[in-house]
Write a protein that binds this ligand. Structure first.
Ligand SMILES: Cc1cc2nc3c(=O)[nH]c(=O)nc-3n(C[C@H](O)[C@H](O)[C@H](O)COP(=O)(O)OP(=O)(O)OC[C@H]3O[C@@H](n4cnc5c(N)ncnc54)[C@H](O)[C@@H]3O)c2cc1C
Length: 424
């Protein structure tokens, strides 16, 4: 779906290579894009006619088990980072698909199964090595270049190219209680309403997400359910599995399930559990809202649009955050949406160009229908390519400060193939 042709792709293996790229760009006045994991739906990792700075070979991960710190290069996927940290029974909050790049995910905010317990990915970021527009290599942390550090924690690729991230790690697993319960779609109203109320008071260790789509051919579901509309609750408990078992018991009473697959398994396996749904080459179009609460309005909108899924891969999901993600102050860093408890994402995903118009229209209509119930801001990492008009809204109160910071660090806006913040 992203059909752009860079004139040149530089596959960097060091920060020095990145500095060379920036020098070359300045010399020749070239547009350029930055590729971390290459996962972003907007396709901003790829540029037309310019230079693509590909960081995907920079995959060094160093774990310091004593200090519980992880130092990670920007070509790492979540799978690379999780595997290295879990070798010591450690982890930091990342996303839920292991093929996602650590770099782009972190720079936009980052959240996943561990976020209610340990916060957004950026809440666990200790420092970064950054190359700014003028080719300087800077260290950014709370005590060094603190303004840049503030902007990089949510500001995406707007301020420089990050060549190393340092994270706080936490003891996790290595085995965790996790899994899925799958309910028939005709119970959607009861299940989603109970999910909404349950998630308001569940402990921080527990995270439960809601997905409505057609059932994939999961082995624990009867064959006649495959391809039918369902409501699934996916969960993970970041603590003692026996305690977790007690906390998830009420979820089973939300309806009469088609089936469930819940158990204790390696955290790294759960991090990869949803990867098979991401069929290579599929076409994608996403829209997103934040919600502080999920009342009847958005629940009815979800049910209405999930009753008319335009392809077998389309889904509407609610990623639950809250807990520790709400405890930082809204102005502590560029990501400011601390009142969000839920991130709703409509994933239109399909196979052929003939379906483009229909699937995109479905996602847009659902977005408009659910908009009146949304809270402020939006998650920049879920914006698509045609939403440049939503960037200021996405950042909310941070935007003005970000625009000033952009003027300081990138006055010519050379970092612009991204969810762009214009220099003040
Ligand atoms: C299937 C799927 C599941 C997802 N699940 C989650 C989830 O659970 N939680 C979550 O928080 N997000 C999730 N995301 C969103 C994800 O965080 C973003 O797509 C993110 O941008 C991916 O990062 P990347 O490095 O792979 O992307 P890329 O496409 O390589 O990069 C995206 C942008 O980030 C910037 N960038 C990347 N690397 C650098 C760098 N080193 N220095 C400066 N700028 C850089 C560039 O502007 C680039 O255009 C998901 C995305 C997908 C497609």
């Amino acid at each position: 779906m992203i059909d752009r042709r860079p004139s040149m792709i530089v596959r960097c293996t060091s920060a020095a290579d990145v500095v060379h790229c920036l020098r070359f760009i300045h010399q020749h006045g070239l547009p350029f894009s930055i590729r971390g994991g290459g996962h972003n739906i907007a396709g901003n990792a790829v540029c037309e006619d310019g230079l693509m700075i590909d960081l995907s070979l920079m995959k060094d991960v160093h774990i310091d088990p004593e200090r519980q710190h992880g130092s990670v290069e920007p070509g790492c996927t979540l799978a690379d980072f999780d595997a290295a940290a879990q070798a010591y029974g450690l982890a930091t909050p990342l996303g839920i698909n292991s093929t996602t790049g650590v770099a782009g995910l972190t720079l936009g905010g980052g959240f996943g199964w561990l976020s209610r317990k340990y916060g957004m990915t950026i809440d666990n970021l200790l420092s970064m090595e950054v190359i700014t527009a003028d080719g300087q290599q800077l260290h950014a942390s709370e005590s060094e270049n603190a303004d840049l550090f503030w902007g990089l924690r949510g500001g995406g690729g707007n301020f420089g190219i990050v060549t190393r991230f340092e994270y706080q790690l936490h003891p996790v697993g290595p085995n965790v209680l996790c899994g899925l319960i799958v309910f028939p779609f005709d119970q959607a109203k009861a299940v989603i309403t109970q999910f909404a109320r349950f998630t308001e008071t569940m402990p921080d260790e527990l995270n439960v997400w809601m997905i409505t789509r057609q059932a994939p051919p999961l082995p624990f579901l009867p064959e006649e359910v495959h391809g039918k509309e369902i409501v699934a609750l996916a969960m993970c408990y970041a603590g003692d599995p026996a305690e977790g078992e007690r906390h998830i018991t009420p979820l089973r009473e939300f309806g009469t399930a088609y089936g469930e697959h819940i158990g204790v398994q390696p955290y790294t396996d759960w991090q990869q559990a949803f990867d098979p749904l991401l069929t290579p080459g599929a076409r994608n179009y996403w829209k997103t809202h934040n919600f502080s609460t999920l009342d009847e309005g958005p629940i009815d909108a979800i049910i209405e649009y999930a009753s008319a899924l335009p392809s077998s891969q389309c889904e509407i999901f609610i990623g639950t955050i809250g807990g520790q993600t709400r405890r930082a102050l809204p102005d502590a860093m560029a990501y400011s949406n601390r009142d969000a408890n839920y991130v709703l994402n409509v994933h239109a995903r399909w196979e052929t160009t003939a379906e483009d118009a229909h699937c995109i229209a479905w996602a847009r209509e659902f977005f408009t229908r659910s908009q009146p119930f949304a809270s402020s801001g939006a998650y920049v990492n879920f914006l698509t390519g045609d939403e440049s008009d939503r960037v200021a809204f996405a950042y909310g109160a941070s935007y003005e400060r970000l625009a000033k910071l952009k003027k300081k660090f990138d006055p010519a806006n050379i970092f612009r193939i991204n969810q762009n913040i214009r220099p003040a």
